[in-house]
Design a protein around this ligand. Sequence first.
Ligand code: SF4
Length: 369
Amino acid sequence: MSQLKILQKTETLHEARWWEPEANGRVHCYLCPRHCHINPGQAGFCFIRINEGGKLYSLGYGAPAALQIDPIEKKPLNHFLPGTRVFSMGTAGCNMGCFFCQNWDISKSRHDQVHSQHVPAEDVPLLALQHGCDSLAFTYNEPTIWGEYVIDICRAAKEYGVKRVMVSNGYITREAFHDIYDDIDAANIDLKAFTENFYGKITLTHLQRVLETLQWLKNETNVWFEITNLMIPTLNDDPAETHKLSEWILTHLGPDVPLHFTAFHPDFKLRDKPRTPPETLHRARQIAQEAGLHYVYEGNIYSDGAHTKCPSCDSLLVRRSWHDVTENRIKHGRCPQCSTAIPGVWEKDARNAPRSAIAASEKYSHLNL
Ligand code: SF4
């Protein structure tokens, strides 16, 4: 991942939420299902939540380590403002231990091993608007672990009509879920496999907690969300597993939640596995479609499986090449051929109108992003 600019860090300590004191100066963090019990002077599993003097602090607050402008299709989101740019940011650390992490340079780093700069939450939407972005995304590492910063950025972004996107592993507790997701517009949740065995051995977490998050999103929020399944040869690409995963989505979330099967490349601790063959993604897509899912995509390869088609008349609706939208025929959220409503967020928020005035802000012009 290339960064727009390497920024200088300003150390600040921001008191965390979602913790309680324990005996002997320990603290219990209940932001994610790891439930770390952290001794004074130490950090939780995710590296960026530390116990200083019996209080929990977030080192990720106001300290992005990666700032970049991406196509929204890279998140991936195919039914959310297609063809637009998203101001994307991430910090150090992660609450999962995935051997295959594709952003391990920041997610497996402590806060003092990355380059970052202090960027106040209220300034993030200004940066997004200055760079012509309709939305901003919390991504690259796991944004749940810097949830305090996410919440404050969302509050500011709402004022300007900038949409908010979470790209998450879905590993979050009930206590924190609504605090973070109630101001989110769209999310992509990684469903990394469909066995507890994979989650336990390869990510050091649990599948069930991710499935719960997906159901909370569906049943308790208005967040538009899509799901990504990164297919790793021999570890999670068994057709029977893909069938179970697809059936679960159909039964618990319905046929209209887009599902992305994406190709793995060898990285981090998983360099002994080959790249995912395109045939694996084609087969997975066919299984999911036959199970009854309406919008199933292939990612990280060039494929016709990247296009959106109408589930009623099979007309081509959105043509894509990798992360580029080359044609978008959707009209007012409907198929132009048969008028079937296509679920998603297809049109920009009118509140973006005052952009030109805001973009005139000179505040961050010195950063030259
Ligand atoms: S957010 Fe970090 S410190 Fe808190 S429970 Fe999860 S891994 Fe542990």
